[in-house]
Design a protein around this ligand. Structure first.
Ligand SMILES: Nc1nc2c(c(=O)[nH]1)N[C@H]1C(S)=C(S)[C@@H](COP(=O)(O)OP(=O)(O)OC[C@H]3O[C@@H](n4cnc5c(N)ncnc54)[C@H](O)[C@@H]3O)O[C@H]1N2
Ligand code: MOO
Length: 398
């Protein structure tokens, strides 16, 4: 019995675990996923400071037209300790510098004019608190600022660095072995002879693994015979994850599943009610996930996207292994066979406040040009057959 699209993905996600933890420097941490929460060792900002270049004043003195002697200057990087805005005075201050004692507002240069070398006239009087960034207003000391499972983007790297960290604990990236199977395959760079085709799946899947945060290990081509398959697949089982392409449909020579079983892989399912990607198989060897994807490049890439990518994200500890699901309006009618979820290649475009999903063209599995044109996948539920223009369908961007 083929599995439903949803239950296949659930079963896969239930059977993969985050990999062990390692320390990486912040310089290499973008795209990695935090294995442990991070607490702030100090407040941010660390002290009250000026948001503008201007003058630190007391509002009571800084009325319109007031002239105040400038008694000191606090530059960025200066501690400001010992400097005070005494009644009737002003202190020149630069953006980011600590505000001095006595000051309750900063007047930007533009709201003042100099009437003598060290004498400033207030043109626009400030309100209490103007242009002062308060200690801890952004981040409080001891608060949990990043949770385990967070994917580190430049914004998170910025925060971690400003909290004084130089490295973080993240889950290891999965090493993903890729084996392409088929007698007809020749490696890229070779002109195929009669009946031969280029092993494009190897590099395509390696690229997809990289984008998902994994480290691809390209193991080349296995011929459609037991010995060749056994050698390559056994080598692939040394990695954290094994992906093979082709050799899983009902053909006489589709030996991949047979050989995997001989190598100790326990098959959890074969065949999913999804188009494309029906012959996809999934198994485990000592807890390591093994994906057998169909050979058609479109099927291989779409099944990677829907089934392998979420698993690789979870192995890296991602709290949200699935891409965000959105809703889009179908631009035209779609007819499909009931009983299989259709992964429709679509062009997504915003039209006013609507996100429109239009079929990218010929949806046959052998057509790669419509995958090139697509920037989204619409997931059309198995039980339905006909969809009308204007219906809302779940989509995600690819
Ligand atoms: N009698 C049946 N025939 C087929 C069935 C079925 O259920 N019963 N399923 C069809 C479906 S759906 C698919 S998808 C394919 C999947 O077959 P395999 O995974 O066994 O793959 P192959 O038949 O070896 O190849 C399919 C197609 O893809 C090309 N290919 C294979 N490897 C690569 C590669 N590394 N790089 C680029 N292209 C590759 C191959 O030449 C074929 O054109 O089976 C249907 N048949
Ligand atoms: O399931 Mo196959 O992947 O439709 O072409």
């Amino acid at each position: 019995m083929p599995r439903s699209f949803e239950s296949a993905r659930e079963l896969i996600l239930d059977n993969v675990r985050p990999l062990p933890v390692e320390q990486v420097s912040l310089a290499e941490a973008v795209g990695r996923i935090l294995a442990e929460p991070v607490c702030a060792p100090w407040d941010l900002p660390m002290w009250d400071n000026s948001a503008m270049d201007g003058f630190a004043v007391r509002c009571a003195d800084a009325v319109a037209g007031a002239e105040l002697p400038v008694v000191a200057t606090i530059a960025a990087g200066a501690s400001g300790v010992g400097v005070e805005v005494r009644p009737g005075t002003a202190v020149r201050i630069l953006t980011g510098a600590p505000t001095p004692a006595g000051c309750d507002a900063v007047v930007p240069y533009e709201a003042t004019e100099m009437v003598a070398p060290e004498r400033v006239r207030i043109l626009e009087p400030p309100q209490v608190g103007d242009h002062i960034r308060l200690r801890g207003e952004d981040i409080r000391a001891d608060s949990e600022v990043l949770h385990a499972g967070t994917c580190l983007r430049p914004a998170e790297i910025n925060l971690l660095a400003s909290l004084g960290l130089t490295g973080v604990r993240v889950h290891r990236r999965p090493r993903v072995a890729i084996v392409s199977t088929g007698d007809e395959l020749v490696e890229p760079g070779t002109v195929p002879g009669p009946g031969q085709i280029v092993n494009s799946n190897g590099l395509a899947l390696a690229a997809a693994v990289q984008q998902a945060g994994g480290e691809p290990l390209l193991l080349g081509i296995a011929a459609d015979d037991r010995d060749s398959l056994r050698r390559r697949l056994a080598e692939g089982l040394e990695a954290d994850v094994l992906i093979s392409s082709a050799g899983v449909s009902a053909g006489d020579r589709d030996l991949v599943r047979v050989v995997l079983e001989e190598l100790g892989v326990r098959q959890l399912f074969w065949k999913i009610d999804v188009k494309p990607g029906r012959p996809t198989a999934f198994g485990l060897r000592d807890g390591k996930p093994v994906f057998s994807l169909p050979g058609n490049p479109v099927s291989a890439l779409l099944t990677f996207e829907e089934f392998v990518r979420p698993a690789l994200r979870r192995m890296q500890g991602d709290a949200q292994p699935m891409r965000p699901m959105r809703h889009a309006t179908l631009a035209g009618p779609v007819v499909k066979k009931p009983g299989r979820t259709l992964l429709l290649r679509v062009v997504l475009r915003q039209e006013g406040d609507r996100l429109l999903a239009e079929s990218s063209g010929d949806q046959n599995t052998g057509i790669t040009s419509t995958l090139l044109r697509a920037n989204g996948i619409a997931i059309l539920p198995a039980e339905r057959g006909a969809f009308e223009a204007g219906e809302q369908v779940p989509v995600h961007e690819i």
